[in-house]
Design a protein around this ligand. Structure first.
Ligand code: NDP
Length: 395
């Protein structure tokens, strides 16, 4: 118990220092307290309750903003598996597509919005929560407008292009007295939760190292990948899109925040995909307990989504770690390597229901805006480390 309290206090101190370390390097703006995540439980929110708590059997109404590949192939179908959330509205710049999807999923035509009349969603009492699934560079604007319309917000990762935008999103939600959650689905997915528990309950002994790799081959013919080549819409390259999963894994497996970052970047010369955004970033993170994480991120190598955790008594491997389904978890102690089977669940339904429950019970989501801001702050430091060739000290 004492150790837990002590390590929490140490961590808080380091987090505080981490924020100032970055600030003194001019990496972050003038921001206050650094986020201290609780990886296990939703916390009681500090946001004032503007409505009485809702009955637990009620499903909250969700609006999806941006009907692209991820929204139409993963999120919208997952409402069918939600217990607390239902799709009631769509926001899209493509009226034909919106009408077709509305018809398929039982959304009333009056609940279809476009980007111009989006703000009038404030007058629709059926919509409790807005889910932003737009290109990254549009997350801040639509999250802020959504909060100003009095709605709770779920925003896709990465939270936004800059630390300042993330802070503005947090401020807007606080001002409106509404929740803001970042859709870090892996933190709701049963295999990743099992990996966190194995690491943190010391089944692997004392943690020493993490290796995390996330890569895919960016396809310029895929419309969903076109905006990813545009710095303004994407915020960054492979790091912002998928390297963020390596960064997240290192943070949620250790339960700590890094104190030092070094990095190298490489983009294939003359490859038109990488005129504005980077192809590869390899980065190293040092954590207060001594764990060192080696992470890779690529838009050049074929599908990889895995991590390994090495401890004094054993190792853990999750591969794939952050896919939509069919994860595989192995734990090795001595010469014995065993596969751990866990019931797969729809992680999108789990994360959406988590936010609905947090709204109903007035709790802070497990992955609030501050969690997204911390990743953007760290990714900014990773780019700085790669560009300068210097180790960035965060404490
Ligand atoms: P898509 O390009 O497939 O979808 C984006 C949608 O946004 C478009 O279809 C369009 O919808 C709308 N849009 C509005 N303005 C623009 C614009 N200027 N350029 C392009 N699209 C625009 O991308 P994804 O679905 O792959 O990604 C969307 C978001 O979801 C990103 O933030 C991404 O990081 C995140 N994502 C998260 C994943 C996860 O596992 N958590 C996986 C994949 C993506 P419309 O025609 O309806 O207006």
């Amino acid at each position: 118990m004492f150790d837990a309290v002590k390590s929490e206090l140490t961590r808080r101190h380091l987090l505080h220092k981490a924020g100032f370390g970055l600030m003194s390097l001019g990496v972050v703006g003038t921001f206050g307290a650094v986020f201290k995540p609780d990886r296990t439980l939703a916390q009681t929110g500090s946001t004032p309750a503007k409505q009485p708590p809702m009955p637990p059997e009620k499903k909250l109404g969700w609006a999806v903003v941006g009907l692209g590949k991820f929204a139409t192939q993963q999120i919208i179908p997952s409402f069918g598996e939600c217990k607390r959330s239902r799709l009631v509205a769509l926001v899209s710049g493509s009226p034909d597509k919106a009408q077709r999807i509305a018809q398929q999923h039982g959304v009333e035509p009056k609940n279809i919005y476009n980007y111009q009349n989006y703000d009038s969603i404030r007058d629709n009492p059926e919509v409790d929560i807005i889910y932003i699934i737009l290109p990254n560079g549009l997350h801040a604007e639509y999250s802020i407008r959504g909060a100003q319309a009095g709605k709770h917000i779920m925003c896709e990762k990465p939270m936004a292009n800059t630390v300042a935008e993330c802070q503005a999103m947090i401020d807007a939600s606080k001002k409106a007295g509404r929740k803001l959650m970042i859709a870090y689905r892996a933190q709701y997915e049963p295999y990743n939760l099992a990996a966190i528990a194995i690491a943190q309950k010391k089944e692997l002994g004392i943690l020493k190292a993490i290796v995390a790799d996330h890569g895919r081959n960016l396809d310029p013919k895929d419309p969903a990948d076109r905006w990813r080549m545009n710095k303004k819409l994407a915020g960054g390259g492979s790091l912002f899109d998928i390297g963020i999963y390596s960064l997240q894994a290192a943070r949620y497996i250790t339960g700590e925040e890094p104190t030092e970052i070094s990095a190298m970047m490489y983009s294939t010369p003359n490859d038109p995909r990488f005129k504005e955004v980077e192809e590869n970033v390899n980065f190293m993170l040092r954590f207060p307990s001594g764990v060192i994480a080696n992470c890779t991120s690529s838009y050049g190598y074929a599908d990889v989504k895995r991590y390994q955790v090495m401890g004094s008594k054993g190792t853990l491997e999750l591969d794939p770690a952050t896919d939509y389904y069919e994860h595989r978890l192995y734990v090795q102690r001595g010469k014995v390597r065993e596969e751990r089977k866990i019931q797969e669940q729809n992680q999108f339904a789990l994360e959406m229901d988590h936010l609905s429950e947090c709204v109903m019970e007035n709790k802070q989501p497990k992955t609030p805006g501050e969690e997204g801001l911390q990743d953007v702050r760290l990714m900014t430091a990773i780019y700085q480390a790669a560009e300068t060739g210097r180790t960035i000290k965060l404490s």
